[in-house]
Design a protein around this ligand. Structure first.
Ligand SMILES: [Cu+2]
Length: 191
C-alpha cells in the first residue's frame, strides 16, 4: 500500500469531520421534525434568521466591493490607484507593424491610445513568458484607450490579434520594459 502523507491525512480527516458534521445536522433536522411547532413561531424565527444573514452578506458584499474596486481595470480606478499620472502612448497599427515606442517604464500606469492606419488590427501585450496580459482593438478612425501597468522589466511582445492580411502572422515586435528611473522617463516615438 502507498503510504499516506501528512497533508493527505489532514485532508482525509477534514473530509471525515465535515461528513460527520453534515450527518449530525441531518439527523438533528430529521429528529426535530417529529415535534410539531407553531407555524407563526417558525416563520418569525425564519424571518429573523434571514434578516441577520441579509445584513451579514450585504455588509460583506459592500466591503469586498470597496476593497477590490481599486484592482478593477476601469480607467478611473487605475488612475486613482496610480502614484503618478498616466503616461500617454500613441500606437498606430498598420500592415504589418506597430508604430510606437520601443521601450516603456515598468510599474507606471500607461495610457495606450490605439488606432490603425489601414485595416482592423489587434493590439495585444504579451509577457516575456508569452502570456497575454491585455489587448484592445486597433481600428481606423477610432482611438481606443487601454490602461496598463507593466508589472516588471523585461522584453514584452506586442502582437496583432486580428487577421489583417498575408503578413498578419509576422505582425509582432518586442517592447523593452525597464525599471522606472533607470532610463529617461520621457517617452520618445519610434517606429
Ligand atoms: Cu493582424
Amino acid at each position: 500500500m502507498v503510504p499516506i502523507e501528512g497533508r493527505q491525512l489532514a485532508i482525509l480527516l477534514l473530509w471525515i469531520s465535515l461528513s460527520a458534521i453534515v450527518t449530525v445536522a441531518f439527523l438533528w433536522v430529521v429528529r426535530s421534525t417529529r415535534r410539531p411547532r407553531d407555524f407563526d413561531a417558525v416563520q418569525s424565527d425564519g424571518y429573523r434568521l434571514r434578516r441577520g444573514w441579509g445584513w451579514v452578506y450585504g455588509s460583506l458584499l459592500i466591503i469586498s466591493f470597496a476593497v477590490t474596486i481599486w484592482t478593477m481595470p476601469y480607467a478611473w480606478a487605475q488612475q486613482a490607484a496610480a502614484k503618478s499620472p498616466a503616461i500617454t502612448v500613441e500606437v498606430v497599427a498598420h500592415q504589418f507593424s506597430f508604430t510606437m515606442p520601443s521601450s516603456l517604464p515598468a510599474r507606471r500606469l500607461i495610457k495606450f491610445v490605439v488606432t490603425s492606419a489601414d485595416v482592423n488590427h489587434g493590439f495585444g501585450i504579451y509577457s516575456p513568458q508569452g502570456v497575454l496580459l491585455a489587448q484592445v482593438q486597433a481600428m481606423p478612425d477610432y482611438h481606443n484607450v487601454l490602461y496598463f501597468t507593466f508589472p516588471g522589466p523585461g522584453t514584452y511582445i506586442i502582437r496583432c490579434l486580428e487577421y489583417c492580411g498575408e503578413g498578419h502572422s509576422a505582425m509582432q515586435q518586442p517592447l523593452k520594459v525597464y525599471v522606472s528611473g533607470s532610463q529617461a522617463t520621457s517617452v520618445s516615438k519610434e517606429a
